[in-house]
Design a binder for this molecule. Structure first.
Ligand code: GDP
Length: 617
């Protein structure tokens, strides 16, 4: 847990006597700590009594017990008091590697296949393009079984391999980028030849530019009579994308994913782009890479699709993946066929990790499994702690936001659990996008896996609902949810989740009050009636006056009073309604002054449930 010279520490404290070390101005020693360690652990690292650490914490105004977890800031201050500089242990694979034996030959860099993501507007043909390649070019050929959707696969072009990431939409791309994973070398931007540069086309261009990744344009649906590639090219130029046919640098291939037209040209263009990029990786060093997708299989347990980016991963290797660990029990290609190893740019599915990592998590091959598990455990605890603290912080933030917004913004809190990381991310992103200025969707947590008691407790504590996508709670958890009044909504289609949550949010919108004018009457005479006060003798011009209607009095078109009908009479009789064309006496609550010629408008109010689109920010 620590890389600390205990001998030195002991000597130091033997001299100084329990932390009073300030007299000997030595250079501060580095104390490597994990995020959020307990008082007991910190005391142990500092080699002082827990009581001393507690005393320091109390001196800082923290009332803590020996098992309290401290955050890094507090740890740093306390460590400083004891003459140490606390340094956060790095959690990233790159740094883990430093503690591991050096493998391979650092000079052995070799060319590697490009990793390609297909992007573009909906219905322009991304899926068709990937499907076509999958059917015709996948490396394992007809060897056996149908290709499964695993999030990535290799395509054989005859003179080189291209790895395609089969990610659902742009969310996955940005989610991975947000997590710091750079897995794409080239973006294929699909634009339908019979269409235009659409919002998601622009979004894709922006994504590619932000990531600094070159694009190859695929103008699709060239088989259609309405195909007009020049229109597409000129629109792209308007958006700053200069294609090669027009003297620019961006390759642009006219294809038909449906008919397979020019697909080989597209693949060649990708290989050419890769050549220019000079993509290299070292297959002999420690294996590292990124998780593309992950899911929980009933029989096999956790299955993750990973992309090796450096080194070569083999069956039997110990591995650390995000905050999980294990030993590779099986490596499989996109057809579920076993393989022995996977080198740079090779996607594969792995079995044998003890949990479901997230897309964008990095993995690294470890010297031994025990150490992998130890680091994983530490990361796991740190992550839980961070989540907990974030939840606490968010509820506070919420409170202050509410106060600032005069309580006008409501929050719908959601916990998303699903079977596949891609869907979980997509659902979370789509739900967050529903946020309007009146109702906010806040994703408290998102994860792959069944619904656990901890999810229900988090939901209960933060008044959240749980969205379950192809997963369910076990009976204990279901009972707990019932007891705690936590709502678990199950879905099988992403669209339904979004639709349903939208409806739930509409239920949270304050209803809109609408008015309907029921009648209008002109005041022609004013009476004073004992006990009733002023009564307006009216002629009903339109509609029907009823008791209890609301009314506004207008004089020369200007509103002078608002009230409701208290008295409604025909001659001397109280009546419940008077229709247009009749005369009547009208008394309004608290209105005692009328003039001839005033117009009284009678109206009723009703509540209308609102649509979310009315409240868009
Ligand atoms: P995505 O939303 O971008 O994944 O688009 P899809 O691949 O689902 O394609 C949308 C529609 O366009 C489908 O009905 C396809 O059959 C059709 N389509 C895709 N590629 C072509 C093509 O090359 N030619 C024609 N005529 N139709 C295509």
């Amino acid at each position: 847990m620590v890389s600390l010279d205990r001998g030195k520490v002991q000597r130091r404290y033997a001299r100084g006597g329990g932390g009073q070390m300030m007299d000997a101005p030595e250079e501060k020693r580095i104390l490597k700590v994990a995020e959020f360690i307990t008082i007991a652990e910190l005391a142990n690292l500092l080699n002082v009594g827990a009581a001393q650490v507690i005393a320091k914490a109390m001196g800082m105004g923290l009332m803590v017990t020996i098992n309290a977890r401290l955050d890094h800031e507090t740890i740093a201050i306390i460590a400083d008091e004891f003459g140490f500089q606390a340094q956060l242990m790095d959690e990233y694979a790159e740094d883990v590697a430093e503690s591991q034996e050096v493998l391979g030959n650092p000079e052995a860099e070799a060319k590697r296949p490009p990793i390609v993501t297909v992007m573009g507007h909906v219905d322009h043909g991304k899926t068709s393009l990937l499907d076509y390649l999958r059917k015709t070019h996948v490396i394992s050929g007809e060897a056996g079984g149908i290709t499964q959707h695993i999030g990535a696969y290799e395509v054989n072009t005859g003179h080189g391999t291209v790895t395609f990431l089969d990610t659902p939409g742009h969310e996955a791309f940005s989610a991975m980028r947000a997590r710091g994973a750079k897995v794409t070398d080239i973006v294929v931007l699909v634009v339908a030849a019979d269409s235009n540069v659409m919002p998601q086309t622009k979004e894709a261009i922006d994504h590619a530019r932000a990531a600094g990744v070159p694009m190859v344009i695929a103008i699709n649906k060239m088989d259609l009579p309405a195909a007009n590639p020049d229109n597409v090219r000129s629109q792209l130029a308007n958006y700053g994308v200069e294609v090669e046919q027009w003297g620019g640098k961006t390759q642009c291939i006219e294809i038909s994913a449906k008919k397979g037209l020019n697909m080989d040209k597209l693949l060649d263009a990708l290989l050419l782009e890769a050549e220019v990029l000079g993509l290299l990786a070292n297959p002999t060093v420690r294996a590292k890479g990124t998780v593309i997708e992950s899911r929980l299989d009933k029989g096999k347990g956790s299955i993750a699709t990973i992309l090796v980016q450096e080194g070569t991963l083999r069956v039997g290797d110990a591995i650390l993946v995000g905050s999980y660990a294990g030993k590779i029990r099986q490596l499989m290609d996109e057809r579920g066929q076993p393989r022995n190893e996977a080198g740079p740019s090779v996607p594969c599915q792995i079995l044998g990790i003890d949990g479901v990592p997230q897309a964008g998590d990095t993995f690294i091959q470890m010297d031994d499994e025990r150490e992998a598990r130890e680091i994983a455990g530490r990361r796991h605890r740190a992550q839980k702690e961070r989540e907990l603290r974030r939840a606490q912080r968010m509820s506070l933030e919420d409170l202050s936001n509410k106060i600032a917004a005069g309580d006008s913004q409501q929050t719908l809190r959601v916990i998303v659990k699903g079977d596949v990381d891609g869907s979980v991310e997509a659902i979370a992103a789509s739900l967050e996008q529903l946020t309007t200025k009146e109702v906010r969707v806040q994703i408290l947590s998102r994860a792959v896996g069944g619904i656990k008691e901890a999810d229900v407790m988090l939901a209960a504590a933060s008044d959240a609902i749980i969205v379950a996508f192809h997963v369910r709670p076990d009976s204990n958890t279901r009972e707990l949810a019932l007891r705690e009044g936590v709502e678990i909504r199950s879905y099988r289609i992403i669209y339904e989740v979004v639709d349903d949550i939208r409806k739930a949010m509409e239920g949270m919108l304050k209803p809109e009050i609408k008015e309907e004018v029921a009648a209008e009457a002109e005041v022609r005479q004013i009476f004073r009636v004992p006990k009733l006060g002023a009564i307006a003798g009216c002629y009903v011009q339109s509609g029907t006056i009823e008791r209890k209607l609301k009314a506004r009095v207008y004089r020369n078109g200007i509103e002078v009073a608002e009230s409701r009908v208290s008295t409604l009479r025909r001659f001397k009789d109280d009546v419940s309604e008077v229709r247009s064309g009749f005369e009547c006496g009208v008394g309004l609550d608290n209105v005692d002054e009328y003039q001839e010629g005033d117009i009284i408008a009678f109206f009723r109010q009703f509540e209308v449930a609102r649509k979310l689109s009315d409240s868009k920010a």
